[in-house]
Design a protein around this ligand. Structure first.
Ligand SMILES: *Cc1c(COP(=O)(O)O)cnc(C)c1O
Length: 389
């Protein structure tokens, strides 16, 4: 029996052709493809500006730089995310502050965000966890009232719409990731989107060492062909042309990816929604979601196992689940910075029960049924005696 992993990329002949063409062209990096990708992302989302960048983490770092995060600044984010959503604040010398999540959607709770605002708060980083849009209307309202920059970490949510608007054109600054497990991949890769020209100019500088060839950004502009100035401290965060070509080719398949992911999510929801032992993620009506991850939560009122036992039971049947995520501040590095368990009780409770089931474009119907069957078998096996349902 084949082993089924929780995620997997899908690469076809068109993708290979797109990469091969670039490999045989004049440019491997800083050629035309990153620019073409940026235009595609603007068309896809309606955002005015997009920059391609090395990866999703660099995208978040650039977003924090553009938002002006520096020493002493606080940025509020969720603990139910990959560490990069908080690390980007540390890169800039700021302090990540963790707001709790909603018990049913697992996205950041606007109420919890508002309660944590201090005079030092500069920005909020919302994460569209599993692909579902965060509560942007409420977050936008809070950010406007307190003068904060709203950053959307959309590593999971390319293709998702919020109130009919594409993710990428909802927050002040939005970041994408093109890691292989994400819906669209370039091997590695990322992008930052905004409608704000000021942020865009800073993002462009940051991606390339803080170097500019634009007169309006120079201290002493000259007309010399070869002249450039470094005016900020940036990084080499460029995306290569062959990665950009792969991402463009993958974007051509986004509708196809979306349709299949939706079919699988629908099938899982049908299978699990009437099982009290399994809690499924709730959706807000504002989010038209392209799901990146499918997460179940074990309901320990009805199950007598530890998550590890459930995971192992699936693993023995060749189904490799995962856990998204260990709360960021549980990591030893964050503990060393002084963060303590107990900060976000809802996130910590949800974390205890979550298990990520396989979800990706090429997952066959048979494999989906196999996952469902094995979840049901594990539930039967671990069901608490005497709990009537
Ligand atoms: C994957 C991911 C990132 C980081 O993206 P990379 O491209 O791997 O650097 C950031 N935030 C979230 C929520 C992610 O899932």
């Amino acid at each position: 029996m084949n082993t089924i992993y929780y995620g997997r990329q899908y690469i076809d002949e068109d993708d290979c052709t797109a990469v091969r063409e670039v490999l045989l062209s004049d440019y491997l990096t800083t050629g035309p493809k990153p620019r073409e990708l940026e235009q595609r992302l603007c068309e896809l989302t309606g955002a005015e500006y997009a920059i391609s960048i090395a990866n999703g983490t660099a995208a978040l770092h650039a977003a924090c730089f553009a938002a002006g995060i520096g020493a002493g600044d606080e940025v509020i984010t969720t603990p139910m995310t990959f560490v990069a959503s908080a690390n980007c604040v540390l890169y800039c010398g700021g302090k990540p502050v963790f707001a709790d999540i909603e018990a049913d959607t697992y996205n950041i709770s606007p109420k919890s965000v508002e309660a944590l605002i201090t005079p030092n708060t500069k920005a909020v980083i919302a994460v569209d966890f599993t692909g579902q849009a965060a509560r942007y209307n409420e977050l936008r309202d809070i950010c406007e009232r307190h003068g904060l920059v709203l950053i959307g970490d959309a590593a999971h949510s390319i293709g998702t719409k919020y109130n009919g608007k594409a993710i990428g054109n909802v927050a002040d600054i939005t970041t994408f990731s093109f890691h292989p497990v994400k819906t669209v991949t370039g091997g590695e890769g990322g992008a930052v989107l905004t409608n704000n020209k000021g942020y865009y100019d800073k993002l462009m500088l940051f991606r390339t060492h803080g170097i500019t060839r634009e007169h309006f950004q120079m201290i002493s502009p000259t007309d010399d062909y070869w002249y450039y100035e470094q005016v900020e401290l940036g990084y080499n965060y460029r995306l290569t042309d062959f990665q950009a070509a792969l991402i463009i080719s993958q974007l051509n398949k986004l509708d196809m990816f979306t349709a299949r992911r939706r079919e699988i999510v629908k099938r899982y929801n049908e299978a699990f929604s009437n099982m009290p032992e399994i809690i499924i993620q709730q959706e807000i009506p504002q989010s038209d979601t392209v799901r990146h991850l499918y997460i179940i939560q074990l309901n320990y009122d009805f199950l007598k196992c530890a998550r590890r036992e459930f995971f192992d039971a699936m693993f023995e049947k060749g189904i490799v689940c995962n856990v998204h995520y260990i709360p960021v501040y549980f990591h030893p590095y964050y503990e060393r910075l002084g963060y303590k368990k107990g900060l976000c009780p809802v996130a910590e409770r949800v974390y205890e029960g979550v298990l990520t089931l396989p979800l990706y474009y090429s997952l066959s119907d048979d494999d989906v049924e196999r996952v469902i069957t094995e979840v049901k078998k594990a539930v039967m096996y671990f069901r608490k005696p005497g709990v009537s349902i």
